[in-house]
Ligand binder design. Structure first.
Ligand code: T4K
Length: 420
């Protein structure tokens, strides 16, 4: 193969149909169909139905917590926790995460205070929280990014000092663990996403996990317009209920978790095998053996957004739709860039440096049942080839400047501007 064979420079793409990040995992369709038929036969489609109950008890067992409350999506789960804890004012949020973590809080009138993440773990840095959090902050919302656990002890210590609630966005972390315990039981509550792109999916859905019985009860009421167990209104609530079809999918998908994890672990091994010897890139690894392998994230050792974006264009033109999650960092997005701690942030120190570096250096590669191990090996080989011929590729891209821009537009790649 030569540089001229790259589809970006006119060669034939490696794949005729796109390989995605975030393809829904395969489930046993007959089981799913039986569950859906059961719901139709019962003519009970939502409002605390039997499949929702079953999903809640199966999730509680899987995660190892006392209470799981299933909701319509992860975003509503985060909002219900914050509302039911009475959090007002501001909440610490990492600047480097999916936009939904912060916007969930803004939408209920709680102001996100962006803090930096650790360059190694990509998770909220307790030291930076100490530096930036206002003394009266209501909560710290850690995110177990890519399913790798936050520094739970460090954040717990800071939360206690600040007299703030500690909760976790565990959207990526189903099946993951920390210090021999499942993620789900840390802080006052943790919230998982069951979106279509997640390892366990209910199409749309979320799970609030907690060991606090009172909080669990308040969330149950709030998720159903504030109705209590006897049908009387006991609180102000919202409609955050999950329907029975989603619960049917959630149950069937939960049953498919282990094969999905094993498949993703094999993809990781294939990516790692192809890329191990390449200096300048690391495939992020689990910090323990309790990981779902859902995200395959490459970290480029130099903060070089131009090369990262060129690599993304190369991959996209081969029909490998890798992503630059979560560039440009939430604090740099339009709604937040002029906020009190946007890019021109606090203390004259500006900058959430690590969030910016990660925004410029990460590539998320396709995983999931649609991807075969030989695809992962071939994608790894392609990236290795690009590194071996980096100078030549950059020179050719520079020579074609405008033509490539047109191609990128046609491919709808604009990683930095779309945050994808
Ligand atoms: N906190 C964190 C840390 C999160 O990551 C998320 C969600 C949340 C909170 C909020 O939880 P939810 O309220 O969503 O439960 C996707 C998901 O839409 C989003 O749920 C997820 N995080 C985020 C990481 O990824 P996008 O912008 O990448 O979505 P989209 O539509 O581009 O889909 C990604 C890829 O998946 C596409 O390339 C195609 C593929 N796909 C997608 C869907 C929906 C499929 O193949 N089939 C599908 O049905 O955000």
């Amino acid at each position: 193969m030569s540089v001229a064979d790259l589809a970006l420079f006119g060669g034939l793409p490696d794949y005729s149909t796109p390989l995605h990040v975030g393809r829904p995992s395969e489930v046993d369709r007959q089981r799913l169909q039986r569950r859906i038929d059961g719901a139709l036969d019962r003519a009970w489609l939502t409002n605390d139905g039997p499949l929702v109950h079953e999903l809640e008890s199966r999730m509680a067992e899987f995660i190892g917590v006392d209470h799981c409350i299933v909701v319509a999506n992860g975003t509503l789960g985060l909002q219900l926790v914050a509302k039911c804890l009475g959090i007002t004012g501001s909440v610490v949020v990492p600047a480097f995460t999916f936009i939904g973590t912060a916007s969930a809080m803004s939408w209920i009138g709680v102001e996100p205070v962006f803090c930096d993440v650790d360059l190694e773990t990509h998770n909220l840095s307790p030291d930076d929280v100490v530096r930036r959090a206002p003394r009266d902050v209501g909560a710290i919302l850690g995110v177990h990014l890519w399913g790798r656990a936050c520094d739970v002890d460090g954040l717990k210590y800071v939360a206690r000092k600040l007299d703030a609630h500690l909760l976790f966005d565990a959207a990526h972390a189903i099946g993951c663990g920390h210090q021999g315990r499942h993620i789900g039981g840390f802080g006052v509550a943790e919230v998982f996403s069951l979106h279509a792109t997640k390892m366990v999916t209910a199409l749309e859905g979320g799970v609030v996990a907690t060991n606090d019985a009172d909080l669990a009860e308040r969330i149950r009421h709030a998720r159903n317009f504030g109705f209590g167990a006897k049908g009387q209104v006991v609180a102000i609530g919202v409609n955050a209920k999950m329907n029975e079809f989603s619960a049917a999918m959630g149950l069937t998908s939960l049953e498919a978790y282990e094969p999905a994890r094993q498949h993703n672990a094999a993809l990781h091994a294939a990516y790692a095998n192809a890329l191990n010897a390449v200096s300048g890139i690391d495939l992020i690894k689990p910090d323990n053996n309790q990981w779902n392998y859902h995200y395959a994230v490459l970290q480029l050792s130099e903060p070089d957004a131009k090369w990262r974006d060129l690599l993304l264009r190369i991959l996209w033109s081969e029909n490998i739709l890798a992503r630059s999650y979560f560039a440009p960092g939430i604090h740099r997005t339009l709604p937040y860039q002029n906020s009190a701690n946007g890019p021109k942030a606090t203390n004259g120190t500006d900058e959430l440096v690590n969030s910016r570096i990660l925004s410029d250096t990460l590539i998320t590669l396709p995983t999931g049942s649609q991807i075969k191990t030989e695809d992962a090996a071939a994608i790894g080989d392609l990236i290795r080839f690009c590194y071996a011929h980096r100078g030549e590729i950059e020179a050719e891209a520079a020579r074609r400047g405008d033509t490539l821009k047109g191609l990128s537009d046609r491919l709808q790649i604009s990683p930095a501007s779309t945050g994808r």
